[in-house]
Structures are given as structure tokens and as C-alpha cells.
Design a protein around this ligand. Structure first.
Ligand code: PGA
Length: 240
């Protein structure tokens, strides 16, 4: 695992966007795995500027988002569909046919999950997976547990994640308690992974990843088993 330590959130966002841009320029029809959350917003902003000033082209890029709340409608402002439109897709030249996000309103969750994994395989797998990390080490909605799921699946969110995400809602009881998410196999199959972390509330989870031990109690620690992972951290997240 490589570790890049940046001064602050802005530098982390710029560094990540520059790496993503380089990958897209090298392979314009790449398959990109995308996260939501507050961490990647700055990176998305930088990528939007590059598209708008003509130095980056997303027209051939295919995307797969990591996760979505369940149940939730795509038009709900709290959905990850809505988040991606607002923070990224509405501002870049992406072909909407190439955008994939799990359907938070599907009736048959198992079928939706299996089809999502199959679609990723049909596209030849994810070339570059971008990730955030939860304060408890979760990646996507793979929460710390004795066992982790390999494939895309329905998950119950931990109390900490519900609490962490409550800042996006009017009150904690409005936070959905379930989600659909890529599993560990889906994430670890990506050819390259870039994971971003900012702020001191991520420092403990990040430090555990660099102990050389792997534990399902910190899902991000499984990234140590992948051969091409870059952590981009600000000083606060790298503090421990
Ligand atoms: P955050 O979430 O970027 O909002 O901190 C990251 C995550 O939970 O994966």
C-alpha cells in the first residue's frame, strides 16, 4: 500500500483528482468505481473543473457506485443517486447510459445485487475504485463484523454509521437503517484502488490498516491484501 500525506483537505482532493485524471486520460473508456460521502466532494469539484476547462473527458467512462440506502427513492435528496447527480454527474460530460447505481427501490434486493455484480463483470471489472473510509473502518457499507459479505448485498447499518450520517438528515431517526452495497470481493477485484481520508475521526481506523494485520473488525484493513492501493490522507487522518 502506498500512502500520500497531504497538508489538508484541499490538497488531498487535488492529489486524488490528478491521479484519477491521469487514469482516465490513459484509458478513456475505463470503468470507475465511485463513492459518496463528504470526503470525495472536493475531488469531484476538481474533476468537474477539469472537464469544464476541457482537459478531461468523461464521455467514454463507465461508472459503478459503491452503495445506496435501502429503501430509498432515487429522487429523494438523501439518496446517493441524488448526491451523485448534484455533486458530479450533472456537471460533467458523462453518458448517462454508462452510469450505474444500485436501485434503492428495487423489489427483489437479491436479484438487484446479483445483477449489479454481473453487470460489473460484463464490463470487464472495475479499473479504478475510489473509496472513503468510515470512522469505524467500514468501506462502502461493509461494516465491522465477525464475517463480511463477498458479493453485493443488503446490510443493516451500525449505530455509529447511522449517527455519523445523521448530519445529512434533519434528525437521526430519518437515517435509513439499511443499505445495499458492493461486498469485499467487488471492491478487492478492482485493478487499482485509491482511498481518501480526511480529519482526525478517521485517524484510528487508518492507523489500524497500517499495522500489517487484517481483521474483519476493520474492513479497510483487507485492502492490505490488494497489490495496488494508494491511501491519500490529510495530516489529521494520518495523525496516528
Ligand atoms: P464521509 O464517509 O466521507 O462522509 O466521512 C466516508 C465513508 O463512510 O465511507
Amino acid at each position: 500500500m502506498q500512502k500520500l500525506i497531504c497538508k489538508d483537505y484541499e490538497e488531498m482532493s487535488r492529489t486524488a483528482a490528478d491521479l484519477v485524471a491521469k487514469e482516465v486520460q490513459a484509458k478513456p473508456d475505463m470503468v470507475l468505481g465511485l463513492p459518496t460521502g463528504s470526503t470525495p466532494v472536493g475531488m469531484y469539484r476538481q474533476l468537474i473543473s477539469m472537464v469544464q476547462n476541457g482537459t478531461l473527458d468523461f464521455s467514454q467512462v463507465t461508472t459503478f457506485n459503491l452503495d445506496e440506502y435501502y429503501p430509498i427513492d432515487a429522487s429523494n435528496p438523501q439518496s446517493y443517486h441524488y448526491f451523485m447527480d448534484e455533486n458530479f454527474f450533472n456537471h460533467i460530460n458523462i453518458d448517462r447510459q454508462r452510469v450505474h447505481i444500485l436501485d434503492g427501490r428495487c423489489e427483489d434486493v437479491q436479484q438487484e445485487c446479483a445483477q449489479y455484480d454481473a453487470r460489473i463483470r460484463d464490463f470487464g471489472g472495475i479499473d479504478l475504485q475510489l473509496l472513503g473510509i468510515g470512522g469505524n473502518g467500514h468501506i462502502a457499507f461493509n461494516e465491522p463484523d465477525d464475517f463480511l459479505d463477498a458479493n453485493t448485498h443488503l446490510v443493516s447499518l451500525t449505530a455509529q454509521t447511522v449517527q455519523d450520517n445523521a448530519r445529512f438528515f434533519e434528525s437521526e431517526d430519518q437515517v435509513p437503517t439499511q443499505a445495499v452495497t458492493l461486498g469485499m470481493q467487488g471492491i478487492l477485484s478492482a485493478k487499482k484502488i485509491i482511498i481518501l481520508a480526511s480529519g482526525k475521526n478517521k485517524a484510528k481506523a487508518v492507523s489500524e490498516v497500517f499495522t500489517g494485520k487484517i481483521t474483519t473488525q476493520n474492513p479497510a484493513s483487507l485492502l492490505a491484501a490488494h497489490r495496488d492501493v494508494i491511501f491519500i490522507l490529510d495530516e489529521a487522518a494520518a495523525g496516528l
